[in-house]
Design a protein around this ligand. Structure first.
Ligand SMILES: Nc1nc2c(ncn2[C@@H]2O[C@H](COP(=O)(O)OP(=O)(O)OP(=O)(O)O)[C@@H](O)[C@H]2O)c(=O)[nH]1
Ligand SMILES: [Mg+2]
Length: 591
């Protein structure tokens, strides 16, 4: 052995080092307590804070990129082309068997092309995963010895709940050609005879070298005439269908259980959604054309083209209440506080943290408590800080549980240990009987001139059109929170005149920053004054316009409620939930 270490060993050694430390940090064997301070070198607080800073920078970059798109990349409407599968071709074949020299025709029929269904699912929240072109597969061709082709499986296109599906009208330039128009286009500019030939080619399959003979025979010409008649009927049916364009409002989870009283032998029917286009029927094999006068038909038909449609999908998120506010007002923090941290929406101190609307469910018990409020008010920090804290909690929990049971192999790993930690998941348990449930949508920040696509634009308001109530969230710690309110209302009106009449409440957030427990009397007095001023402003300026709800008694002369809260420390949220519940009940009764 010499002192010279071969290069490959050196490189192996280098590679294996990080692996060692990785396996160590997830190891179920605890380090001995006396060694732990020395072993803690892999925590490296400096690098971690650098990592955090890097992560923060990355998130910011993403926001910037998103903002440069001018709100265009928020996918809540989409045009897709759907096409049913083509039917399989029929087959021309004759049975061959020993001692049967001239067997009967034995070509199988083609299989049906696949259909396309649309199925709403609560597991999707955006249209971005939906392909722009959807094509079902073709049916299989028929084969000899009477083997029919296999039908193609249907395509089930899953869309988020709250999607509205419309067929584009015929005069819309964005519409693509349907199956007949596509054929017309392919035949454009051809002479009469050539056109006839091409159309025949597209519809018939001939026995090898029998084509020329076939087309001259009466039996073929009769069959062809019958096919034209059928085709005319099909075109007529299709035109009738086009008179009733597809319109689906998918705002409910569909009942997917198979019918209880399904006839015997029908098997289990899985609910596939709504049929939008059908695949083409398969072609007929040559036995179909067997008759008294034609004992050996040497032709079969090809499968039909599947239907083609252009659909316009629009996502209107179904939240009962929509939060509207400037960036950094604390909308996401509020949603997290109301849902007990279940709504995974990002919170950070820079503008436009939230990029897409996010819906959370609020569960209220009979006595007015709600899931988030059960813990006696947790603190909802910025997500990055929370993540860091839970990571630390995990590590220390792993450490303690490992210390407690040093011999337990494969027992409490870091993940398992974290769940037992009470502070780790506020609002995890909900033991009180739930009596009311509603949904709230956290939205991206709206700023003045959002209608000119400044900031993230205001296209996301489209998904708020169906909300039963809107709630303004303003930052009370600002010098003039009323200015924010005015801008918000203007932007709502610019998006859709009358939209601001849906607003019911002003949440004055970050009230903890004014006065509060530790503050002196002067601060508290100032805070009260500011709140009073805000209330005064709302009463004077924010009277609900009666453009849309003219006939409704409730709407006329109604002013907005003003509630000071602290989303971060979950203060005064019960009142907010109670009022929201009230608005929803009123709106549901009115409709
Ligand atoms: N002190 C205090 N800070 C709060 C409160 N609510 C939110 N914050 C802080 O305000 C900052 C912005 O909060 P977010 O919830 O991300 O604000 P947002 O309105 O969702 O912002 P965008 O998503 O950018 O529109 C974060 O740093 C929060 O910690 C509160 O009640 N009190
Ligand atoms: Mg947000």
């Amino acid at each position: 052995m010499s002192a010279i270490v071969p290069a490959r060993f050196v490189s192996q050694f280098r590679i294996s080092r990080p692996r060692l430390s990785l396996s160590y940090s997830y190891s179920t064997h605890p380090p001995s307590p006396s060694l732990s301070p020395a072993n803690n070198h892999h925590v490296k607080p400096d690098t971690e804070s650098e990592d955090d800073a890097e992560e923060q920078r990355q998130r910011k970059r993403k926001t910037e990129w998103k903002r440069r798109q001018g709100g265009q990349s928020f996918l809540d409407h989409l045009i897709i082309n759907v096409r049913g599968g083509k039917g399989g071709n029929g087959c021309v074949a004759f049975h061959r068997e020993k001692f049967v020299p001239m067997g009967p025709p034995s070509g199988g029929n083609g299989g049906r092309g696949g259909d396309v269904y649309i199925l709403p699912t609560p597991h999707l929240t955006t249209l971005s995963s939906i392909p722009k072109r959807v094509r079902a597969t073709s049916g299989a061709n028929g084969q000899g010895t009477w083997q029919n082709g296999k039908n193609a499986p249907p395509v089930i296109l899953k869309v988020p709940l709250g999607t509205v599906v419309r067929e584009l009208p015929r005069d819309d330039p964005r519409r693509t050609k349907d199956e007949w128009e596509a054929e017309e286009e392919a035949l454009e500019g051809l002479g009469m005879e050539e056109r006839r030939m091409k159309m025949r080619e597209r519809r018939w399959v001939h026995y090898p070298r029998a084509q020329d003979d076939n087309v001259k025979r009466d039996v073929f010409q009769q069959a062809e005439a019958a096919l034209w008649r059928e085709e005319r009927e099909r075109r007529w049916v299709r035109r009738q269908k086009a008179l009733k364009p597809v319109y689906l409002d998918l705002d409910k989870v569909e009942d997917t259980t198979p019918p209880v009283d399904a006839p015997l032998g029908t098997g289990k029917h899985e609910f596939m959604g709504h049929l939008v286009v059908s695949g083409g029927a398969g072609g007929m094999g040559n036995p179909h054309f067997l008759s008294q006068v034609n004992r050996s038909p040497k032709f079969a038909t090809r499968g039909l083209e599947g239907e083609r449609l252009t659909l316009y999908l629009e996502l209107k998120i179904l939240a009962d209440v929509g939060l509207v506010g400037m960036p950094n007002a604390g909308k996401s923090t509020l949603l997290r506080a109301l849902t007990g941290g279940r709504a995974k929406t990002e919170v950070a101190s820079y503008a436009f943290t939230t990029l897409n609307p996010i819906v959370g469910v609020i569960r209220v018990a009979e006595d007015g408590t709600f899931e988030g409020g059960l813990q006696g008010g947790g603190v909802y920090e910025e997500t990055l800080i929370e993540e860091q804290k839970s990571r630390e909690a995990n590590e220390s929990a792993a450490q303690t549980s490992a210390d407690a049971a040093p011999l337990q192999e494969g027992g409490a790993g870091p993940e398992c240990a974290g769940i037992h930690d009470e502070g780790y998941r506020p609002g995890h348990h909900f033991d009180i009987v739930e009596t009311f449930r509603f949904t709230i949508a956290d939205n991206p920040g709206l700023i003045s001139r959002a209608s000119e696509n400044v900031g993230l634009g205001h296209s996301f308001l489209r998904s708020m059109e169906r909300s039963l109530a809107l709630v303004y969230v303003v930052d009370l710690s600002l010098d003039a929170p009323w200015d924010e309110l005015r801008d918000l209302r203007e932007e709502l009106e610019k998006y859709q005149p009358g939209m601001s009449s849906k607003a019911r409440m002003v949440i004055a957030n970050k009230a903890d920053l004014l006065g509060g427990d530790g503050g002196d009397e002067e601060d508290v007095r100032e805070a009260r004054e500011k709140l009073a001023k805000l209330e005064e402003y709302v009463k004077r300026e924010m009277v609900v316009p009666d453009t849309r709800l003219q006939d409704s008694e409730v709407a006329r002369g109604r002013t907005l409620d003003v509630v000071p809260v602290s989303a971060k420390y979950s203060l005064n949220l019960r009142k907010v939930v109670g009022m929201m519940q009230q608005y929803i009940k009123e709106a549901r009764n009115a409709s």
